[in-house]
Design a protein around this ligand. Structure first.
Ligand code: GLN
Length: 197
């Protein structure tokens, strides 16, 4: 049986995630309404515009449904705007994040001068060497609760990927590179497999 993975399809680059997940053998559902979370092993919240995603998520009743999904053992991975959506607190006043993961996040953390950049970083749990990470107006993690592990950081120590149980968030966009190892890690998490360290 393939894993059933949803991509939150309210706004953003969910199609890129869909393509990668399908190439890895997952059965992918574009999730536009909360009832579509039923039966999924994992959900990806894509990059895009976090204020829009949060607004639409409230409109369709996702906040409670997502908390229920996580309580029932579903895995969730947010990339970029998805990380912002998952946060418990933001340094900026908007949007009000959905508080799915105990992290404090700064939006557009790298400022206008360097709003997009690419770099190679090792990611804990991803074998085979550093990952080429693409940052686009990216957030970063400013603080994390107990039980949240930083799995990747920039050279200056800024955390840019975190994991806690079956939740993970990356400030960068693995769906925009041909390297599928982070998606593979999320599929292992969704399957409930212990992660390699
Ligand atoms: N900075 C954007 C936001 O706040 C996220 C950018 C992205 O997802 N590439 O929503």
């Amino acid at each position: 049986m393939p894993l059933n993975i949803g991509v939150l399809a309210l706004q953003g680059d969910f199609q890129e995630h869909r393509a990668v997940l399908e190439s890895l053998g997952a059965a992918v559902t574009e999730v536009r309404l909360p009832h579509q979370l039923e039966g999924l092993d994992g959900l990806v919240i894509p990059g895009g515009e976090s204020t829009t995603i949060v607004k639409l998520a409230h409109r369709w009743g996702f906040p409670d449904a997502l908390r229920h999904f996580i309580d029932e053992g579903g895995a969730v991975w947010g990339t970029c705007a998805g990380m912002i959506v998952m946060a418990s607190a933001l340094l900026e006043p908007e949007p009000e994040p959905l508080s799915l993961m105990d992290i404090t996040v700064s939006r557009n953390s790298f400022g206008r001068q360097v709003d997009s950049f690419e770099t190679d970083i090792p990611v804990k749990g991803v074998p085979g060497g550093p990952v080429h990470a693409v940052f686009i107006r990216a957030p970063s993690v400013q603080d994390q609760g107990e039980g949240v592990e930083c799995i990747a950081q920039l050279e200056d120590g800024t955390p840019v990927a975190v994991r806690s149980g079956k939740l993970m968030a990356t400030a960068f966009h693995p769906e925009l590179t041909p390297d599928t190892r982070i998606h593979e890690m999320f599929l292992r998490l969704s399957a409930g497999e212990p992660s390699p360290v």
